[in-house]
Structure formats: C-alpha cells, structure tokens
Design a protein around this ligand. Sequence first.
Ligand code: ATP
Ligand code: MG
Length: 1036
Amino acid sequence: MVPIADPPLCSSSLSSLQTLGSDGVRITMESALTARDRVGVQDFVLLENHTSEAAFIENLRKRFKENLIYTYIGSVLVSVNPYKDLEIYTKNHMERYRGINFYEVSPHIYAVSDNSYRSMRTERRDQCILISGESGAGKTEASKKILQYYAVTCPASDQVETVKDRLLQSNPVLEAFGNAKTLRNDNSSRFGKYMDIQFDFKGAPVGGHILNYLLEKSRVVHQNHGERNFHIFYQLIEGGEEDLLRRLGLERNPQQYQYLVKVGHSRVSLYELWCFGFNRVLSVWVSQGNCPKVSSINDRSDWKVVRKALSVIGFSEDEVEELLNIIASVLHLGNIQYGGEDSGNAYITTDTQIKYLARLKSPLNLEQASSARDALSKAVYGRTFTWLVNKINVSLAYKNASVIGLLDIYGFEVFQHNSFEQFCINYCNEKLQQLFIELTLKSEQDEYEAEGITWEPVQYFNNKIICDLVEEKFKGIISILDEECLRPGDASDITFLEKLENTVGGHAHLTTHKLTDGKTRKVMGREEFRLLHYAGEVNYNVNGFLDKNNDLLFRNLKEVMCMSDNKILTQCFDRAELKDSRRPETAATQFKTSLAKLMEILMSKEPSYVRCIKPNDAKQAGRFDEVLIRHQVKYLGLMENLRVRRAGFAYRRHYETFLQRYKSLCPETWPSWQGKLADGVSTLVKHLGYKPEEYKLGRSKIFIRFPKTLFATEDALETRKHSLGERESHVSHAVVVQAWWKGILACRRARRRREAANTIRRFIKGFIYRHNERCPENEYFLDYVRYSFLMKLRRNLPKTVLDKSWPTPPTALIEASERLRKLYMQNMVWGYCKRINPEWKHQLEQKMVASEIFKNKKDNYPQSVPKLFVGTRLNGEEINPKVLQSLGSEKMKYAVPVTKYDRKGYKARPRQLLLTSNSAVIVEEAKLKQRIDYAALKGISVSSLSDGVFVLHVPTEDKKQKGDVVLQSDHIIETLTKVAICADKVNSININQGSITFTMGQGREGIIDFTSGSELLVAKAKNGHLSVTAPRLNSR
Ligand SMILES: Nc1ncnc2c1ncn2[C@@H]1O[C@H](COP(=O)(O)OP(=O)(O)OP(=O)(O)O)[C@@H](O)[C@H]1O
Ligand SMILES: [Mg+2]
C-alpha cells in the first residue's frame, strides 16, 4: 500500500472543507491534525514540544513510515529520500497543486514550486529555491521534479516547447559529465549547480542560465574503491558506436583504462613531480575505483539519452565529435606509463597511447605528455566542463525575463578524513546558513509588521563569526592559505597549519592539536585543525591544502593546449592567458568570489527552501536510521529553523480560512457570519474561551501561540461534527437549493460575459480589417461604425441655413454623407424660403443688391449686413410741407439726412436727400436746392474705405446742374443701395481707392483724397483737395 497523502477527513466532514481528490491529495492541512497521532503533524510548528529533537525525529519517523516524505517547517519543506518510486509525481498531482494555496494541500515539492511560481507572477519578484542536504539526500531529484513541474504546468507556445526541451535535456548532459557513482550516491553530483529558469510575461518558461561551482576534478584521475569516474567515460565506452570508438582509438572495455579501473597515480603533487624530475617511476600506485559496472546504472541506454540531449541542446555533429575526442584523450592520457632509465631520463612505456594523444590532442612531445599527465587531465576535463555549461547557457539564452533560481549544492560534509574539498563545501554551507537565518528572520519580522503585531526578538546563533574566520581579508583562513601558497621559500601544508595557529589560534571557533586540551587532543591528528561550524565540529587534515589551492598547470602545458586543433580546447585554453604574467587566482579565492556572487544573486530574490534528508546509508527503501537522521537534522540547522519559526506563534491563518473551518463551534458564527471577518473570528475565539495570551489578531490573520490551543479547538470540532450530522441534512437541502440558484445566476453572468467577450473580439477583428472590402470579419464593425455615425449626425445636424458644421464621416460613408448634406441643406433652404414674408423678401432683395455692389469692396460693408435697411430715414413731418408740395404727385421712395460739401471751400451743410420715382432731390429746409433726374445721373463714386462720402456725377453740359454733388451719409450702404435701385444704377457705382475726381461746374475739377486714420475727418486740405480720413475698422 502506498498512501499518497495524509489521511482524509471522516465522511461527515463539513461541506466547506476541502476533502476532494480520489487520490486524496487535496486534503486541508487542518484535516491532518485529526490524524496526527498516526502520521504526525504536517508542519513541525505544530509540534507541542518544539524544542525537542527527539519529538522532531519521531514526527519524521511517523510520516516516513506512512510514505509521507514531505513535512513543512512553516514554509520550509523537509524532504526525506524514500529510495523508491512513489506515485506522487503524476500529471494529475501536478494539476492539483496548480494555483492552490500552500496550506490547502498536503506538503509537496510541487506546492513549493507552485508557490514560487505564483509569487513570481503576482508580486513580480524573482524567486529562488534553495535545495540542500547531504550526498544522496535527493537534492538533484528534487530540482528535476521542480523543473518538470514547470515544464508541464506552465503555459507554452511552439517556440517555448524547444526551450522547455532544452531546459529538461540540460540535466542528462550535465549529469553525464558532472555526476559519478560514489559510495553515498550512485548518481552523485560532483559540482554545485545554480540554475535560473526564465519566464516571459505570460509565465511561459523561455530560457535559462546555469552557474557551476567547484567541480571535483580530482575524480578524473583518482577514485576511492567502489566509486567511479564521471559517467560519460563509461557511457562512451559502453554505448559509443563501433565507428566512433575506432575513430577515437578506444576499446569497448573499461578495464583497459587506468583512470577507470586499474591503478593510477595519485597523492603526488605536481610540485613534487617537478622537483624530482622525471627520472623515476613517480606514481604511487594505489587502488583505483575498480568499479566499472553498477547495477543501478545502465551506461548504454544513458549514452543514447545523452547523445539525444546534446542534439536537442544544439550541439552540431562536429562539436559532439570534438567533445568526445577530449574525453577519449583524457583516457589515453591516463594510460601513459613511465619507466625509469639508468641514465636518469624518463621514458614512456606506452607508445600507442602517445600516438593517439599526439593525433587527437596536440603536438605533445613525449616529455610534456608524461610530465604532468594528471594535472593536465584534470585541467582539460575541468575546463571542458565549464565550456559545456557555457554552451548550454548559449542555447538557453533569453533576455528580460522573470526568474526562478534553483540551487542544488552540496550539503554539509563530515567524513573521517576531511580535506580541502570539505573545507570549501562546509564554508559554502556556512554562508548559506547565514543567508537562511537572515532571510527567515526577516520574513518573519516582515509578516509581524504587515499584520501589526509586535515583534518579539528571537535568540539565534549568528554564524557570521565563522564565515569571517574563513573569508576575512588578511586574517581569514583562506587569506592565510593563499599567503602560504604564494610566498617564496619552502612553504608546506605544515607551515600553513603553524601560521593558522599563530594568526587565528585564539579564535573561539578554531583549534588545532597543539592548541587544544588533552581530551580533544586525543581525537585530533597532529596535522589537523578543527572548525566549530554552526552545524558541529569538523577536523580538517591540512595535507594537500597547498597543492589543491594552487591548482597549477605549467605554462608549457598550457602552450601545448593552445596549439591544439580541437576547437573546444582552443576555447578552453585561451592564448591571452599565456600573455598574462599575473599568477592565477587560487582555488579557494576563486570559490570565495563565486560564493559571494551567488549570495548576491540569492539575496536579490525571494527564497524558498527544500531541506533534503537521507534516511539511511544503504540506499534502502523503508529504513529509518535514527542516528544518521539526527546528524542531518543538526547539520541542516532544522531545530534552529523551527525555533525561529515558532518564536512567536505556532499557527497563523487568514481570518476567512479560520472562520470557515471553525464557525460551527459558535452559535453567532454558525451557519454564516455576516459582519467583518475579524469580528467573526474574535467572537468565535471568545466563545471558545481562548485566553488573551494564547492568541493575537492581526490585520488579516489570527496568530495562535500554542499548538495545544489549536488542537483543543480541533477536537471540539470533531465532537461537533457528529451533532451536526443530523442538522446537516436539513442544512444540506437548503444548501442544495441555494447552490442551484447560485448556479443559475452564475450561468447568466457567465453567458453575459461570454457575449461581451465575443462582441469585443468581433470588434477588434473588424477594426483590423476595417480598410478591406466588406467581409465576414469586418461587417459587424462597419455596420457599427455606420450606425454610430448616423446617430451622431442625428444629434448634431445644423440648426440654421447659415450653420455649415457637419460631423466628419468614416471612410465608408464619405459619399453618403455628402449626399445627405446636400439633401438636408436643400430641404432647410426650401423650408426657409417657404416661411419668408413679402417685407422680408423686399429687405433681402435690397441686401442682395448691397452685397453685389459692396461685398469685398467697401470696408464698412460687413457692419451693414446685420443692420436691416429701413423704408425711409425721414418721415412726412420731418420734411418741409413746401417741399412735398413742390414734388407734387411724385412718389417719395426714401429720404435721408445728409451733409453736403460746398464746391467752394468744401463747407459742410446739412441737407436732406429725397429719392422719388424719377429723381434724387437735395433739399435745404423748404428749398429744393438741386434735382437730379435719374436719367441724367452719370454715375456715383465712393471710396473703398469706411467713410460715408459719395459723389453724384451729373453731365457738365447740363446747364441746370451746378456740377457734381459731394454728399455724406451716415447710412452710406443703405443710402447708395436705395439710390442704385431707384435710379436703376446698380452698375454705375464706382468704388475708388485713394481719391475721386469730380466736376465742380464750369469745367473745373475737384479732388477728394481718402486716407485711413483713427477717426472720421472731412476737411479742406492745404493742397485744395477735400481730405477724408476714414476710421480704421477692427476687421482691417
Ligand atoms: N523523491 C524521490 N523519490 C524516489 N527516489 C528518490 C527521490 N529522491 C532521491 N531519490 C533516490 O536517491 C538517489 C539520490 O538522489 P540525488 O541524486 O538527488 O541526491 P543528491 O542529494 O543530489 O546527492 P549528491 O549530493 O550526491 O548529488 C536518486 O538517484 C534516487 O534513486
Ligand atoms: Mg545531486
């Protein structure tokens, strides 16, 4: 039986609870509380005795026995390696964890993955998931599960599919070149890995980037008994096609290769090699791994997977061949053996190998090839690995994305013999622990602040002091080691130890055999120093520290590599490096720098943690080795983590969730609470008798200090469920009806939304196709545009015949709009004409004449337009009766007061101008001063300016006339229009610029000059002309 998740609630569970899922995945966290006796708690914060390591391990054990491998400490996931396939990683499981609240489901790596993904999307913050644990604890498996989760559940497009493939396929490639079978793990990662998965704005994985840390290069030349070299060597030999092997000069038999099985040289430093010369058989032959076949590994099928993965990632056939050439060369290099000559020269006993080497790699001469074989092998392999990572990065490259980082890095290591590698690894863990504590405390503090709850300081061990001890400039262990590596003279591992004693001997976290007291001295070697890590004490043997830190490759070997015609090697060994006379950075300093960068990367992201635990050393399912687990709980700092998380409150939930679950326990909140959620929770907990010190109410959550308070509430709920059972049936009927009605409403809403969405979609499509001929895509849009134009037109039609406004039509309606406009105008004009009366018609006729004569010709015409013409400006009483008498039967048509300017001296005299049916008459009081028959009127002159002066021209030969008459009227436009109409002289009105010449009588001529000025002025000028200054009008 494989229970897949925590046990479900009993059948009478409230309808509001989440107990769905045939496989029981979607069980509320609270539901598991009820089953806690059997399967423990899902979250360690609910442990009553949270400071007890025994209780912690007992909880882990209970769960492990039930195949519940995941447990939380708050948001940290603790995972125990089951060493068997559990049915909890199916697509169904992935779907169930998608978009679900962290606490609604039982703990799972998918919950962590989903939580990070959603935070990234909703909060737009980059995330990282830190996976740690010792070798074989399941880190790499966990990281693969996370990657698969994203590959399956995230949205995708065609282009994304290839990126997804590449992301997934980068794993087998990196594992082939960077993983190996060790005693602890058949697929142990021999490098640290940080991988960014990049997501675009739609949340689809679109790229990635990998950073690699500290590959265990020494494995290329030496492995412990029962261990293997990197997988790729065996895969190539077992799986490589005959042809390929022939080209590479390889045999299908791992036993043929020293680096894989037989014996090899180790423990001899290059330095020694150099000092002793090549005249001896140098290698100290020790037993190699001798373990080419492993039952859990199928090299042949793995080879196929790797070959396919390489091409998915984008390796060309040539690149693959060059890469494999390098792998084969390393094997050949390993087979070089040395013989001693009496003369003192070294000789190589394996000619064939050299032949291949020379052919495959570079023009190595015999001496170079034999001198630093292993150093060369390590350097070549190490750099090729870095090249491989870069190559994968190129194929995954993407810019401007949101990121989830996955850190799969070696956990804390304590062996019987610990060396430089353990020192680096444990230093790395020390740094990660610091980050972890800082960020966990910070997120706790942030939550308290957000909820408005006072922060209670938590006591915790700050391991900065240990980090400083290792990494501080000048005073730190790495600085001291570098100094010993670089200084001239006979520095050795022992002088390094002495220097440590002298420099940091007094440090509380460091001791040595010499410095310590009797009891510890017994368990320490003379060549060891002990660091007191956050996770415990570790003794490091200084042997090999200097060599490993120097990691030197002689210049001549580098030169040789630069000359290679293998393109990958020439990229790995850059000529620029040869020119650089500076000493390369030491291994420890390089590692320190890359760690500092990693910390920066992690600090900039929101972290989640997966802490992996290995249940036993035998890789067996179902075995729970308590001693081993206790060690890991300690090394992973889980108790500290729990203490920090529990410092304030054991349990916290959003009001809604809490009320939903426990509302049946209080009459006021059951069956539903109508008021504010916070008030509901407050009423509920008061009813339950919570004491003030047991809980706090934040802004959106309730915080409960002790698990026992929660458990008591949980037990009360259990009891309540039984009594509710009966009532529930009534309630359930009501609920059914309610649900139906809600369903109907929801359907309606959904339908409306669907229709709205369709309309919007049609509209957008129509807009895109709007310039096309009418087609199904745009007909809706075009109709709408037409309709809305016509509607707009209707609201904005011109109100009068003079109003020329008209809404702009859409392209499709330009012609129609023009026609409509014409029609509408005609109609309006027609209506207007119909409404017109005779008087008004007469007025308009006169205005038409005025327009013909003066429009655009005389400055004061525009002002006259709105003023109506009157029948006459003088009525019967204002004209002298004698004048009327003398006019006799002549009908008077218009009379207006005017000013007449004398011909002599241009004196102004008030006169009346009368227009009869036959003539224009100038009257002074009772005298008819001058009568001009219309037939005799030669013409009329006016200026183009705004003055009212005009001249009536008469024939000079007419003796009755005394010459042309110069008059001025205040209503010049009206007066002259009347004259023109009465005398039928519309075409005889001259509008002059500048001046008018007129006849004074007896053949003399007079001149009137017109100018513009500020006001009207008519006077005789010095030159004898009549000067008229016409006021300038605003419009000019
Ligand atoms: N969730 C799991 N389900 C089933 N088996 C697992 C699971 N996790 C790990 N294993 C088993 O444990 C083995 C070791 O796991 P993994 O390689 O992930 O360890 P690791 O922590 O990465 O170790 P190392 O530090 O050596 O790389 C796997 O090969 C697999 O057989
Ligand atoms: Mg691993």
